[in-house]
Design a protein around this ligand. Structure first.
Ligand SMILES: [Zn+2]
Length: 114
């Protein structure tokens, strides 16, 4: 899949400012990503209708929907890397709200797939 620009910046949304000592994936943080994903989802939907580019956009739509579902269920691990269990991180998620792996694990995958 092609490299995406910073999603948050493209949507014109402000980065989340984490309060000192605030827990990762706290309620306000989840609300923030819910907003980001919802805005992104409608943008992609509009793009889909205008361009008809189903090849690139349909899989993305599905990934956004999956992330939103994970966010809605606090028992699931939105924002955590399934490979190592570490936090994916607020800044990385703002760049790519559907990132599934942390930067380290993603780098290992990228190194394996030329
Ligand atoms: Zn990881």
């Amino acid at each position: 899949m092609a490299e995406r620009a910073n999603v948050l910046a493209a949507l014109g949304l402000n980065p989340y400012s984490q309060s000192p000592g605030e827990e990762y994936m706290s309620e306000p943080m989840r609300t923030h990503f819910d907003k980001v994903l919802t805005a992104w989802s409608s943008q992609v939907q509009t793009e889909l209708e205008t361009t008809g580019n189903t090849y690139d956009l349909l899989p993305l739509t599905r990934r956004i929907r999956k992330s939103l579902l994970m966010l809605d269920h606090p028992v699931t691990d939105y924002g955590y890397c399934p490979s190592c269990g570490e936090q994916i991180g607020v800044r990385r998620l703002e760049q790519d709200p559907v990132a599934e792996l942390c930067a380290d694990c993603q780098m290992l995958v990228d190194m394996r797939t030329p």
